[in-house]
Design a protein around this ligand. Sequence first.
Ligand code: ZN
Length: 319
Amino acid sequence: MNKSDKNSAVRAEELEKINLYSRKKLSEQEVYTFSINLCDNDIDRDGECFSDEALETLAELFVGKTAVLDHMAKSSNQVARTYETQVLEIKGKTNSLGKPYKVLRAKAYMPRNEKNKAFIEEIEAGIKKEVSVSCSARKRTCSICGKQSRSLECGHLPGREYGGKKCYAVLDEISDAYEWSFVAVPAQKNAAVTKNYKKFKGEKMQDIIKSFAEAEADISISGEQAKELYDYIKSLEQKREEAAAYREELCEEIKKLAAVVLPSLADSSAMAIGKMASTAQLLEIKKALKEKAEELMPFTVQLSSEKSSRIFNGRDYNI
Ligand SMILES: [Zn+2]
């Protein structure tokens, strides 16, 4: 966060811009201005980054938008308003993808009044604040498969590694920018971090779910969020079906192994145990039974359901 030049020098044209947003015409002495980096084109802690185009769109969309103390978009939390934005390319600096590093810098103002006094003092004192931006990105391209990140077709998680390649998602086609916020963070946590801001995407599933949990009154969701939510529920349903099928397969295997190892145990009892056990426990039971079965009947334990779960790639044999 840069202090404005002693603030006394709020340029006339800046004041003009500021007064476009102010209900009452503010004088030089009545406004406090500062500049702040909102976001960049580097990969963030969530494994996501904005494309250069997205930064340009964000720069356009953030003009006139407010800054809040946190993402609870209550009007009482509004502390500043953005009146100027710019995408800056930092000469000689590259992002983690090796591309020229770009940052979206905003200028914001707030009235110099009693309410803002403490806050202005904090900025002046250089007390670091983390900034997070809230916006909607229509396109989130997975770096591994090129499909929409976190969709059913993709299945890769940003931040994870696949075949030695780190997965990240490029955010593009920004449809809206809502606000940006100051998030207070412990000083020492921030001290060593040069990239001291976090992107906050309005459309992220955890955020949507969190907003449901925190809702104190009626809330509305955007079409985009509704679509996200639908995809998310669908993916959960699919996972649940897969998990159920897997458990069923495990139970079947346990039943067959139990018939070998513990012939006196009724099938129904083996299945009843299977129903109560967690998947991890089922795997453990299966492993123990299988070891015992192999001891008792070496070479003869062949489970048909195991065979069917192995998929061979025919091309491997074209040597
Ligand atoms: Zn993918």
